[in-house]
Design a binder for this molecule. Structure first.
Ligand code: NI
Length: 247
């Protein structure tokens, strides 16, 4: 149930019996020689849509630009400053709280968002905690990184082993190939540089990882693998969502 495909009356009716919403969040940034710029947002949205179908949960509009300053030395990448992303998440959540949504389950496609989303959650909790009367009726926020579920980790090890790497991975590229088979890129590539130290700004990142990848071989990606990743991620995360809503 995608929020943007409902009428306001349908959302009002949903809120009679449910207070939860799934929020896909990604990034718009380079993903190596064959990865799409929208990879992180595409993965988060496809998996959130599946979790919505499996659980009957509403799925909010995808936040498809995130914290990607370190990718700005590659054409097409777009970033929000951390302070901007915190403000975006705050306004998004507050708007939905006004309608009666109380539980927000973010499905994340980008490692670079993790600390900022955590800070955004603390800002939201602080606002209600600082009010006389406290946190009522009780907003709750959760972040789930899709690539970290047990089923996804197991499948990634089985299919790709060390070639998974940590950026522009064959897992995420596979998911985008399944969602957009018409946009599959066939590109020859050699071995990627592996992670040697933490990167800093965009120029530093590009010096360390000239083709954008970190330790990955995304030429192993396929739409068939992508379908398996989506299925296993949806199954694991649907279970997490049910638990999040139950207590
Ligand atoms: Ni990514």
């Amino acid at each position: 149930m995608m929020l943007h495909l409902q009428t306001w009356q349908e959302v009002e009716a949903y809120l009679q019996s449910a207070k939860g919403i799934l929020v896909p969040i990604g990034s718009t940034e380079q993903h190596g020689p064959n990865g799409l710029i929208g990879t992180d947002a595409i993965c988060a949205e496809a998996i959130a849509k599946g979790v919505g179908e499996a659980t009957g949960a509403m799925v909010g509009p995808t936040i498809n630009v995130g914290n990607a300053q370190h990718h700005l030395a590659f054409s097409g990448s777009i970033t929000l400053r951390p302070s901007t992303l915190i403000a975006v998440i705050g306004d998004y959540v507050h708007s939905l709280m006004r309608h009666g949504f109380e539980r927000f389950f973010f499905i994340n496609g980008h490692g670079g968002n993790i600390t900022t989303v955590g800070a955004a959650f603390q800002e939201l909790y602080a606002e209600t905690s600082l009010k006389p009367g406290g946190n009522s009726p009780g907003v709750r926020l959760k972040l789930k990184n899709w690539w970290e579920t047990p089923g996804v980790q197991k499948l990634s090890k089985e299919l790709f082993g060390k070639s998974e790497g940590s950026h522009a991975t064959p897992s995420e590229v596979s998911v985008t190939q399944w969602v957009y088979p018409e946009a599959v890129k066939r590109v020859a590539m050699g071995a990627a540089n592996t992670r040697s130290r933490d990167f800093a700004d965009a120029a530093d990142y590009r010096r360390l990882y000239p083709d954008g990848r970190i330790g990955s071989d995304p030429s192993l990606a396929s739409p068939e693998h992508g379908q398996r990743f989506v299925e296993v991620a949806v199954s694991d995360i649907a279970e997490d969502y049910r638990k999040f809503m139950a207590v």
